[in-house]
Design a protein around this ligand. Sequence first.
Ligand SMILES: [Zn+2]
Length: 455
Amino acid sequence: MNRRMVLLSIWAVSFAFLIFPAVDAASFKAGVAKVVITPDYDMWMSGYASRDRPSEGKVHDLHAKALALQDGEGNRCVLLTTDLIGLPGRFSEKVATIIEQETGLPRAAIMLTSSHTHSGPVLRDDGLEGMYFLSDEQWERVDRYMRELETKLVSVILSALDNLEPAQLFMGKGTAGFAINRRQYNLDNISIGHNPIGPVDHDVPTLKVVDANGKMKAVVFGYACHNTTLSFYQFCGDYAGYAQYDLEEQYPDALALFWTGCGADANPNPRRELAHAIAHGKELSKAVQTVLNSPMKEVKGPIRMEFSQIDLPLTPAPTREKVEEDLKSEDRYIQSRAKKLMAQLDRNGKISETYSYPLQVWRFNDDIIWIAMAGEVVVDYALRLKHELGQEQTWVTGYANDVFAYIPSLRVLREGGYEVDSSMIYYGLHGPWKPEVEKLIVEEIHRLMQRTKAK
Ligand SMILES: [Zn+2]
């Protein structure tokens, strides 16, 4: 072998060693799909106890959208976004189980999220049933909608997985300022209002998915703010819906997918008028476009996914006598909760003092640590997790896999207020949570992170 051949073969070996594993792990495939999920009929709308009649048409359609990804090792995952108040846990598990059976995807690979629009239909099994006082006919519509929704969500996920094609991923972070902390501190209580000096998370984490020709096929973005600009009687995705529509108008070949962050204690400011929702949607879309028009960091594989459920502890359950007393309450929401708790007592002999809480972590190489938390999560969790795991790469999605209650931090629990106490009445839980919930949740997230690294 002459010297030149030796050099060449060394070069070839190094090339194979250095390049091929990296290319393999980095070469993604992506598939997208979307489906309209606006009810074809008028229905009671979710999110506010104060509505007194069913919906009256729509301003635009609600959607479910799916982005399926596969890394160079063949690991697949799928993100589902929905213009809905929040997917109930039992419903999410049903959808995930069907996907698991059809495709072999493990539970950890399926992230089911919601925009928390308060201008979507009432759903069954999200704990909020006691907040609405519907006729049997209205409940039948809810059940019919849930059946249709299940079919649609399964099929949109399957079609995204069926359409995988070579892709590259890029990430960046924008900012939008319309979320304002809503925990207003008065002399003797904490009400929902404006707290301009309260903590908020104005980040707009953005993921760009391009095809083999460099054309954008999807953009995923998040924002930590209640999707509650509107409280009227027409179906609408609120600011998150408008942001997605605006982006899809700017990039007609791309699908725009929105997820909600830890915005449980933030509201859009200002709110109530359609023009406000449109303006916030534009601001959010502009923030995403600024990221898309700037240099973005390429995201590498492999993708590592973990999922677990932990028991979150509630304060001790009320006695049967206390529940009986609440059944006679003049407050119809306390009465409604008491009915639910009494049914539990009769069925199981006790009221559960824990809730099985799902947590999920997706790690893309060391580029993105994507945490999906269930429930209405307050901002402290996002700020803390970004501080502990890295400001640039940590994304915290709330309202994922199950929306069943508020998830206050220790600070918020100590302070009290709607997110701690009265919201539990609407969710039909005896609550509040015990002070250790923040510690338990954050420790489990770190544990899941370690598991993604051990693989
Ligand atoms: Zn909410």
